[in-house]
Ligand binder design. Structure first.
Ligand SMILES: CC(C)(COP(=O)(O)OP(=O)(O)OC[C@H]1O[C@@H](n2cnc3c(N)ncnc32)[C@H](O)[C@@H]1OP(=O)(O)O)[C@@H](O)C(=O)NCCC(=O)NCCS
Length: 379
């Protein structure tokens, strides 16, 4: 390994007790608990508690924790005013970054990075993000935001705030599990961005704003939306080969495939594939799942690449009726708990993150006075 691996591939850049990824074996653990156990039996808030406090909650602790989060589930008027003022075509991830930034400015603990302040801010971020995303979406459609119902779970309330209708239990469970699967994943690009910002002793909201920005790109969180766009473009199973052959021949990346760390199956994809299949069967609309499966098999055959978390998530969110533009904001809602955990870990034992570049430019050039330089037209 050189000391400047492109894209920092394979470089260990921080210590963390939050999650462990075994890329060779396709295993993921949150604080020592296998993702397969958590995603099969646990809930998003349970995993969030585990991440923030280091232990799985007792029944009472979980009820108290969920109650505290629910109390914070509201849209401060200052944030709503900013969302209303945004032009109609502002993308949801941009609106989300703006909302987090404004939230930070008005937070009672703004300017404080001690442990207690960080926990309070983390709770407010995780609880407010779903309200902000749903509100912005409705405003974008010319509709009024719907008030949160603090008696509902975060996943149930998000779906209700989108449409105004109470979601069914199957949809709530699926959304909750997807957020649990998105919650934490080591030093991915957005989490790294958060830790870099936190290491300057900027506050948690500033770090999460950076995380939202980093997540928005198609090589990271934006991949779930792009995967769905691709499936829509392919359209039907008989078009899969032609589409992939053309895309791969032209060196296009197939969204939702490949991973920097996993060599085999992404363990999160195992759950999302199952969920996509189950939702398709439950709602009598398996077309997207079946098309996804055909793409997955073809990609393995043609390129030896496995799908990642974002591929079947597209199919799951389509089954839940979630608008395409909200796929990546939902990733952000889930991951915000992980970002907050990393910021708190960074603040607890901080040293400024400041790597170096290896200089590859020219050296020892002579300065020439402005009017003596040869004309060069910049194109
Ligand atoms: C995730 C990702 C950025 C990892 O990138 P990376 O570790 O830098 O890997 P590289 O981009 O260097 O890819 C290595 C090889 O696999 C190929 N590859 C990787 N992912 C690919 C994909 N999704 N589609 C087609 N080819 C892919 C590359 O073209 C490259 O082939 P080459 O050696 O013949 O040039 C990359 O797999 C990707 O862009 N995937 C699509 C976006 C996505 O789903 N992101 C969400 C990740 S959770």
């Amino acid at each position: 390994m050189t000391d400047s691996e492109k894209g920092l591939a394979g470089i260990t850049a921080a210590d963390s007790a939050l999650s462990f990824i075994d890329g060779e074996e396709g295993r993921l653990f949150y604080r020592g608990y296998d993702i397969h156990a958590l995603a099969g039996q646990g809930s998003f808030t349970e995993a969030l508690y585990l991440l923030w406090y280091g232990e799985l909650p007792t029944r009472t602790a979980l009820v108290v924790f969920e109650g505290l989060l629910a109390q914070e589930r509201r849209l401060p008027p200052e944030v709503e005013a900013v969302l209303r003022a945004l032009p109609g075509d502002v993308l949801p991830m941009s609106a989300l970054g703006t909302a987090v930034s404004v939230l930070g400015g008005i937070d009672d603990d703004a300017g404080y990075n001690n442990e207690e302040a960080d926990f309070r801010k983390a709770g407010r971020i995780v609880s407010t993000l779903p309200v902000a995303v749903a509100a912005h979406h409705r405003l974008h459609l010319g509709l009024q935001p719907i008030e949160p119902d603090q008696n509902l779970s975060l996943a149930a309330d998000f779906l209700r705030m989108l449409t105004g209708e109470m979601p069914d239990d199957i949809s709530v469970k699926a959304l909750d599990t997807s957020m649990l699967l998105y919650l934490e994943h080591g030093l991915n690009a957005s989490t790294f961005a958060c830790r870099v910002v936190a290491s300057t002793l900027a506050d948690l909201h500033a770090a999460v704003t950076a995380g939202v920005a980093a997540l928005s790109g198609p090589l990271h969180g934006g991949a779930n939306e792009q995967a769905m766009r691709m499936l829509d473009e392919i359209g039907s199973i008989d078009q899969v080969d032609e589409y992939l052959d053309h895309a791969l021949a032209n060196k296009h990346k197939i969204m939702g495939f490949g991973h920097r760390v996993y060599r085999g199956e992404d363990p999160r994809a195992t759950h999302l594939r199952r969920m996509a299949d189950e939702l398709g069967a439950a709602f009598g609309s398996s077309a997207t799942y079946k098309l996804s499966r055909a793409v997955e098999i073809a990609m393995l055959e043609k390129k030896g690449l496995h799908c990642n978390v974002d591929f079947y998530c597209a199919s799951v969110y389509r089954s839940l009726g979630i608008p395409l533009a909200l796929f990546t904001p939902l990733f952000a809602i889930g991951r915000s708990g992980g970002w907050a955990a990393h910021v708190m870990e960074q603040h607890r034992d901080n040293r400024l993150i400041r790597p170096r570049t290896r200089y590859t430019g020219e050296s020892a050039r002579q300065y020439i006075q402005t009017d003596q330089r040869n004309d060069r037209i910049l194109e």
